[in-house]
Design a protein around this ligand. Structure first.
Ligand code: XMP
Length: 337
């Protein structure tokens, strides 16, 4: 067994000398591939309680991107891609390894898709690599500007295999998500911050980008994921419950206004191998408010490291390990809210 691996709550970002005088001077833009640049490093997860056309539109207008989920039919995804394209919004779409019919990919690329996401629970698998190789060959010949994202993985060796297969960007996270039961039901996973550090370092070395996917609960976690080397974060639970997420607002047993949130491998979605939970999250209002909070937190975190942009943040940021006792210092305490 290797050394103890860590997750978000095990560390804080060490404050460092900074010559950033205004947080407004901090640039949050990031690159997922040569042709795909985002103004902010935030991506809405391809989940049926998080991202359909409305969320993808808002996320793109806010500078990020949304990925349309796979429970939408091919026709529904295509229609949304076309509408996003007409509205000058970025369009990302998830496609299953069993959906690699060239006609579908052709229709998505002709519709103006910017990113294709081939992700399954365990991306480090032969059938996934075969799907990526096939898709990459097709894109190279027909739509070289489309960013190919593959996942999910949690080890450096898997990143190498993903890059060999042809991805432009790897997605990292096995089991850390808010609605994930993978670790409980299978015992499989890698603590997410260590997974990000290992995978992002390997991805960077191999010249591809890296998305930290799952387990991010606060703007501070976003900052830690980017500090650990991720080029962008993918958010499910943090964006679920907003106006733009699919589903209606309802009141739970305690009188709280909530919206549904469920894992894509939950029984409600129809998965035979249940590795996802099904429930709800607090209603959060417009997604722009959540994104503003994240942007403010990230800009501030970068200024604490003396970083004017994300690549400087990667290079300059340093973590300090924290004890369990110090965790009680984090957040408001002794203050009646
Ligand atoms: P957060 O923590 O942002 O995580 O809500 C979102 C990510 O969780 C993953 N996901 C799942 N993982 N079982 C899992 O083990 C599931 O049913 C499931 N559904 C989504 C996915 O990577 C997503 O982006």
């Amino acid at each position: 067994m290797k050394e103890e691996l860590i997750s978000f709550n095990d560390v804080l970002i060490k404050p460092k000398y900074s010559n950033v005088t205004s947080r407004k001077d901090v640039d949050l833009s990031t690159r997922l591939s040569g042709k795909l640049k985002l103004d902010i490093p935030i991506i809405a997860a391809n989940m049926d309680t998080v991202c359909e056309e409305e969320m993808a539109t808002s996320m793109s207008k806010l500078g990020g991107m949304g990925i349309l989920h796979r429970n939408l039919s091919i026709g529904e995804r295509l229609q949304s891609i076309r509408i996003l394209n007409i509205n000058s919004c970025l369009a990302g779409v998830a496609i299953g390894v069993n959906e690699l019919d060239k006609r579908y990919i052709t229709s998505f690329t002709q519709g103006g898709v910017n990113a294709l996401v081939i992700d399954v629970a365990h991306g480090d698998a032969l059938h996934v690599y075969n799907a990526i190789i096939e898709t990459k060959c097709f894109l190279e010949r027909n739509a070289p500007d489309v960013c190919l994202i593959g996942g999910n993985v949690a080890t450096g060796e898997a990143v190498e295999r993903m890059v060999d297969a042809g991805v432009d960007c790897v997605k990292v996270g096995i089991g850390p998500g808010a609605a994930c039961l993978t670790r409980i039901n299978t015992g499989v996973g890698v603590p997410q911050l260590s997974a990000i550090m290992e995978c992002a370092a390997r991805a960077d070395h191999l010249g591809v980008s890296c998305i930290a996917d799952g387990g991010i609960k606060t703007p501070g976690d976003v900052a830690k994921a980017i500090a650990a080397g991720a080029d962008a974060v993918m958010l499910g639970g943090m964006l679920a419950g907003t106006d733009e997420a699919p589903g209606d607002i309802y009141t739970d047993g305690n009188g709280r206004r909530v919206k549904g949130y469920r894992g894509m491998a939950s029984s409600g979605v129809g998965s035979d191998y249940v590795e996802g939970a099904e429930g709800h999250v607090d209603y959060k209002g417009p997604v722009a408010d959540v994104v503003t909070g994240i942007k403010n937190g990230l800009r501030s975190a970068m200024s604490y490291s003396g970083a004017f942009n994300i690549s400087e943040f990667h290079a300059k940021s340093e973590f300090v390990r924290v004890s369990n006792a110090s965790l009680s210092e984090n957040g408001a305490h002794g203050t009646i809210l």
